[in-house]
Design a protein around this ligand. Structure first.
Ligand code: ATP
Ligand code: MG
Length: 299
């Protein structure tokens, strides 16, 4: 989307060779115009841009608390684009070294493959390749870790993609425990479908073991404004230098329902429109075409 509009924008140096360098040139000029050291609204889960909305803050505390208190299962659900993966990155970013982690990003795998990935991520040496070998190696790792005051946390993102069988196998991992505490803390992050999945009767044993639960929603209007300001500031500019009219923020909140991924996409497009008009005042007139273009994405 950005590239297709590049030729419409002012100040792109003509004939700079490849399309790649034209894009780079454009970004340099774009960033210089607004005073950015990096793009403010990239859709990446970068902890540098982490914004602590009330819900994000609560969810982060829930994960940290659940892991430190060895609560076994911790479940975080949230709408598409609401910030689950970003939350996970932030949690990993601020994690103390005595907590060892394994992260599964794509859980559409077999039980053996999942265990193999967990073993690999924890850095456990395991000669065998069977499920039993993996299980025993993991158990030994966790018990050794306990002796060194370590804790271990398995994070599974996109957990709505797990099937019932795999969830049952994951539940068995939570049985690794001493008489006093859970050896492995398991964080499941997923879209609201995960909640529906966990409601299944066949998963009631797992459901009963959920020690901490949090749900992410879109930002409210005030938070949406703070979120935009926060990202502008983290990118090296400030709300004083780039002014978003209150009506524009209200419209952004309305069309995106405060979902951070959509807020990013809309703000990115709005800034492109502002750049093309060489203004740092984002009024409704400047932003209108962005809203029209993105109505389909935000629907
Ligand atoms: N708390 C936050 N602070 C800063 N940026 C955020 C925050 N939450 C989300 N974002 C932004 O929104 C984008 C989408 O968030 P993320 O990928 O974490 O959503 P998700 O809930 O994992 O989505 P999906 O359901 O598609 O996996 C991120 O790339 C990030 O740029
Ligand atoms: Mg995600």
């Amino acid at each position: 989307m950005v590239e297709s509009g590049i030729s419409d924008y002012p100040q792109t140096a003509p004939g700079t060779g490849s399309h790649g360098s034209e894009t780079e040139n454009f970004l340099l000029l774009f960033n210089a115009f607004f005073g950015f050291s990096e793009q403010p609204f990239n859709n990446t889960p970068d902890p540098h841009f982490f914004f602590t909305s009330r819900r994000h803050c609560e969810a982060l505390l829930s994960i940290s608390f659940g892991v430190k208190q060895r609560r076994g299962f911790i479940v975080v659900t949230g709408e598409v684009g609401s910030g689950k993966t970003t939350l996970c990155r932030q949690f990993l970013h601020q994690l103390s070294p005595e907590i060892k982690t394994a992260v599964i990003l794509n859980p559409k795998i077999s039980g053996t493959h999942l265990l193999g990935s967990v073993i690999h991520d924890f850095g456990i040496e395991c000669r065998g390749r069977t499920k039993r070998d993996y299980f025993e190696a993991l158990n030994k790792f966790l018990i050794d870790g306990l002796g060194h005051e370590q804790n271990a946390c398995l994070i599974i993102d996109e957990a709505q993609g797990l099937n019932v069988r795999l969830l049952e196998e994951i539940r068995l991992l939570s049985n690794l425990e001493t008489s006093k505490q859970k050896l492995l803390q398991i964080v499941l992050l997923g879209q609201p479908e995960l909640r529906d999945l966990l409601k299944k009767t066949s998963l009631r044993q797992l459901r009963q073991r959920i020690g901490v639960y949090a749900h992410l929603q879109g930002l409210d209007l005030e938070e949406t404004q703070s979120y935009i300001h926060h990202r502008l500031t983290q990118a090296g500019s400030s709300p004083e230098q780039i002014w978003f009219a209150p009506q524009v923020v209200a419209k952004i909140h309305e069309v995106t329902r405060g979902i951070p991924r959509l807020v990013n996409t809309v703000c990115d497009r709005v800034l492109m429109a502002a750049y093309s008009q060489q203004t740092k005042e984002i009024t409704s007139d400047v932003a209108t075409c962005a809203f029209e273009e993105l109505a389909f994405i935000c629907a």
